[in-house]
Design a protein around this ligand. Structure first.
Ligand SMILES: [Mg+2]
Length: 306
């Protein structure tokens, strides 16, 4: 039986039937099936990959076939009026060195510390508004101002196969924008909006916003630009530390796309924000989830149209 049922809002028991160990859940499932494989603490030894989780037809609430993990209460479908998508490693990946990587190599600071400082500064800097930005970055990293790599060539960026179709599907049910942590120097030649046209409402790189995730002001600013409250936003991304923490800090909902099993620390974070974080293994499942949570309102609109 799960010991942390209060955090999960699931009550159930293990039963052996015809030689098979079953997890029998005592209540209708709504948004917990992915969570089951990663979060349950069982009183008896059990090899989780062999633990069958079967969802009987008709047991889910509403119109959903089933939903992936939602920590605690299910997300209110009516709450999502705007979806923001992270870009790097959520929709595609860069090829080549970023300016951050070059600066970390130049800095005498420990690589981890230098990377953190470089990202914090670079991602929120707009050199068109602040001509002294390179000097400030160099000073923080212990690099001579003359060593700033003004000759930096931005890395290439390629969407993963299926990404355009995925964004198009999201755009059919809810307005969608991108919210990306990226420096001005690394984005010069990447036109994300063009890559995802005409499905994207807007592209919001952090260097233009002036704020980078997990700073709550990044999500808050995007919400304000589009006339929404953060609580009406669902941010989708691959990074717990940037995407998920940033969304939660702003009071938005989060959809964490990760193929890996969440760590204990991550599960603790999710349990602390019941109903606001959903975890899915890949972008297609993220799209399915967004379609499912927005379907009721979509259905109402269609029904009222002659
Ligand atoms: Mg990312």
């Amino acid at each position: 039986m799960p010991r942390h049922t209060s955090a999960l809002a699931i009550h159930g028991r293990l039963e052996r039937r015809e030689g098979t160990l079953l997890l029998v859940v005592d209540e209708p499932l709504s948004g917990h099936d992915t969570f089951l494989s990663t979060t349950l603490r069982l009183d008896q030894p059990c090899h989780l990959p062999e633990l069958p989780v079967r969802i009987r037809p008709g047991r889910c609430r509403g119109r959903c076939r089933h939903q992936p993990l939602v920590a605690g209460r299910s997300l209110n479908p009516a709450a999502v009026r705007l979806v923001s998508l992270d870009v790097g490693y959520t929709l595609g990946e860069p090829s080549g060195m970023t300016l951050t990587q070059r600066l970390v190599e130049l800095s005498p600071l420990p690589a981890r510390q230098a990377k953190q400082i470089a990202q914090q500064l670079l991602h929120a800097l707009d050199p068109r508004r602040d001509a002294t930005a390179p000097q400030a970055v160099c000073a923080a990293l212990g690099i001579a101002t003359s060593a700033f790599p003004h000759d930096h060539s931005p890395p290439g960026f390629a969407l993963w196969p299926g990404t355009v179709e995925a964004v198009a599907r999201i755009a059919r049910v809810v307005p969608v924008v991108t919210l990306s942590n990226v420096s001005h120097w690394d984005e010069q030649e990447t036109d994300v909006a063009a890559l995802l046209a005409p499905h994207l409402l807007a592209h919001h790189p952090s260097w233009q916003l002036g704020f980078a995730k997990p700073d709550a002001r990044a999500v808050e600013t995007v919400a304000r630009i589009h006339g929404r409250e953060p609580a009406e936003m669902l941010h989708v991304g691959d990074s717990l530390d940037y995407d998920i923490r940033g969304a939660l800090a702003a009071g938005a909902h989060a959809l964490w796309v990760t193929p890996r099993t969440p760590s204990t620390e991550a599960l603790r974070l999710l349990a602390g924000h019941p109903g606001r974080v959903t975890v899915v293994p890949d972008l297609p499942r993220a799209v399915e989830h967004i379609e499912q949570i927005t379907l009721p309102s979509t259905h109402m609109i269609r029904s009222s149209t002659p």
